[in-house]
Design a protein around this ligand. Sequence first.
Ligand SMILES: [Ca+2]
Length: 509
Amino acid sequence: MKMYIHAIKELIFSLSIVVVLGLVGCSRPDSEQKSQTNTPPNIIWLMSEDISVDLECYGMPAVKTPYLNKMAAQGVKFQNCFVTNSICSPSRSAMLVGVHQNKINAQHHRSNRQVPLAEGYYPFTYHLRKAGYTTILGHHGVMGKGRKIDVNFKHEPLGDWDGQTKFGLFDKYDTFTVADQPFFAQIQLKVTHRGDWWDEIRNQSAHPVNPDSVELPPYMADHPVIRLDWAKYLDQLEYMDAEVGMIFKELEEKGLADNTIVIFVGDNGRCNIRGKGYLHDPGLRIPLLVYDPNGLSGQVRDDVISATDITATVLSYAGVDIPDYMTGRPIFDEKFERSTVYSARDLWDEVEEQSRSVTTQKWKYIRNDKPEVPFDAHQGYLEFYRPAVHVMRTLKTEGKLNASQSFFFQDEKPTEELYDLEKDPYEEHNLALNPEYTTIVANLRNELGAYEEAYAPISQVYEPITPNAVELLEWVKKEKPALYQQMQEGVEIGFQALSKAYKQAATKK
Ligand SMILES: [Ca+2]
């Protein structure tokens, strides 16, 4: 079968050379020429970790992202693209199958890693491979090589897939070549994920972002530690932007630029207050840029897009019929129509959570089924990674937070939230209990109920991986009191290094 696909690919490739050569010397107008070749396009899916719409081309002050700006200017920029869950693995699970994660029972973070996908569901790479694509994971030139998968069903990075005994997602790692055509490459841009490298990236930057130039959202306290943390985040975005530039350069050098579509997205929102882990705007709204050398240029779209639509779009570019089971739809299809995105937040490490939301272009409705779990849930892992939370907890005890800033630190969550995203983009005014909006709340509540029914999990199996962050935090508190104190002051004390030290200490015992 593999041989057969390979032979077909070689045939398609040689035919495409004939087609291309055949065009030389013709005097058709440009636009007509573009639609003449039937060569399937190569597709590159770049996925940056933990970012909201914080790029220069989305209006973020103090950050310079020239390569992504160029992508936006020469491609299509989506203003209202939302993930279906604001944490890595559920969001990635949804994108890899093109189906809302709740429907395939992949909603609990880092769970069900030994449970095969239900019958009839496939990772989208399965369809691409059937259509003759070489599927590639990662890239030799990006930090950590960009091979993260992190999905909540049984899988292997490489190898064949039949969903019963074979669970491979990709054909190979790291490098796309002319001979791989048509190819699909998914490249993870990890630098933007919080990690021990953030300081190093900032220190090595020729133009570190000036903390005085950043603009903080109003729900964050204006404090030097928070400004510096924000500047560091923007430094990582700049590094990531350069990685994007490097990939475009490689496409040019290898002569692949004219037939390679590049899609850029985030996998969930920024790791900060109201971001990753929350159904508020910074958690759900991700950048989406699509650059098609033979497609639309300089377009901006305001309609709502679900991250699962990106998956369907990739299949559509590859000429694959969209499987009936998919909840995503191709965004460039003339019949594309979406007015709402359904998102959910469930388990994350030790924090049992259940919140659901419906987002439209104008409205965001959230239903919190566990209001007793506060937004600031003191989650072990996040204690290492949220300088702003530590600083703002202190400011709260000193009575120095305003209403918008205190919202995140309430003892309980509201049961329902409603925000007017057009008038109140920072979601500072919860309208859910305002009698003027009763009808809107009722309609969105119904809409959410319909989604819950349509996307009800096909199975209730639920096997989470036990996280070690809670024990690690206890250990740091007991064995490294000075570091623990620094953490309370907003210093990122290094989760990875401490995790290693803790494991070593545990082995010695
Ligand atoms: Ca992520």
